[in-house]
Design a protein around this ligand. Structure first.
Ligand code: DGL
Length: 271
């Protein structure tokens, strides 16, 4: 029996992490929490983001997760210490995971305003690559537009061009999607970048880091499924939200490839 993996985000974004996780570890059992009653996080104060993280992680701990994946860069940037203190189980972050794997002289980071202003990406990248140039750009328009559901909205391209302009002017060789909602814009962003610029999703690094942890907790690492029947993800995944369940199920099906049964939960019920 493998450990229950808990993931949380403000809304849909963390599903991009969940999907990668389930692709790589098809045997894993996951509990996803979208704090949709409070989305977006990225324009809140550090104090609010830390208080929210404490509440959400306490709820996840109460559900007996065995490992926690920060599927939200904003919480990771401003409240990793809160999550570690509250979780009581190992915590895997996106920011440290990707910083350790980057190989770049000039990195651009697209992120929520709270993440960009925190300087968390710059610190994490400099800890591994002291000479890399790091530019962090806050992208306030992206999350509300993505949550609204129309990825063809012309405002997305207009805003993307404006956010990428300073990075391209600085000659970045890598652009990190420093918010878990942004991989939903991957094809738009890739189309606006010159071919030599790498577009990086930190979830790939975080999910790789999770492997040894799952293995040490009795789960099977990827590629060692021989003879084990894989239960479909819909049956191994519990999806919960703090806001409206129906709308989330509809939007989530686009990213997960199946329509999850979504439960509305009261995060204060364990306080
Ligand atoms: N998807 C989250 C992140 O990675 C939060 C976005 C938001 O709610 O503003 O930062």
């Amino acid at each position: 029996m493998s450990a229950l993996v808990g993931l949380f985000d403000s809304g849909l974004g963390g599903l991009t992490v969940l999907r990668r996780l389930q692709e790589r570890y098809p045997h894993s059992s996951c509990l996803y929490l979208g704090d949709t009653a409070r989305v977006p996080y990225g324009q809140r104060s550090a104090a609010e983001i830390r208080a929210i993280a404490a509440e959400v992680v306490a709820w996840l701990r109460h559900q007996q997760v065995g490992v926690l994946v920060m599927a939200c860069n904003t919480s990771n940037a401003l409240a990793l210490d809160v999550a570690v203190a509250e979780a009581g189980v190992p915590v895997v972050g996106l920011i440290d995971s990707v910083a350790a794997e980057l190989d770049s002289d000039c990195v651009g980071v697209l992120a929520t305003p709270a993440t960009a202003n925190s300087g968390a990406y710059r610190r994490a990248i400099h800890a591994c690559h002291p000479h890399a140039q790091v530019l962090e750009v806050g992208c306030p328009a992206f999350v509300p537009l993505i949550e609204a559901g129309d990825l063809q909205d012309p405002a997305l391209e207009r805003e993307a061009l404006a956010y990428l302009a300073p990075l391209l002017a600085a000659g970045v060789d890598t652009v990190v999607m420093g918010c878990t909602h942004y991989p939903m814009l991957r094809s738009l962003l890739a189309g606006l970048l010159p071919p030599h610029v790498r577009l990086v999703d930190p979830a790939a690094s975080a999910v790789r880091r999770l492997g040894p942890l799952l293995a040490s907790m009795g789960g099977m690492p990827e590629g060692e499924l021989g003879g084990v029947e894989v239960v479909p993800p819909a049956l191994r995944t519990r999806v919960c939200v703090s806001g409206q369940a129906g709308a989330f199920a509809e939007a989530a099906s686009r990213w997960l490839g199946y329509r999850p049964a979504v439960e509305r939960v009261d995060l204060r019920s364990v306080a």
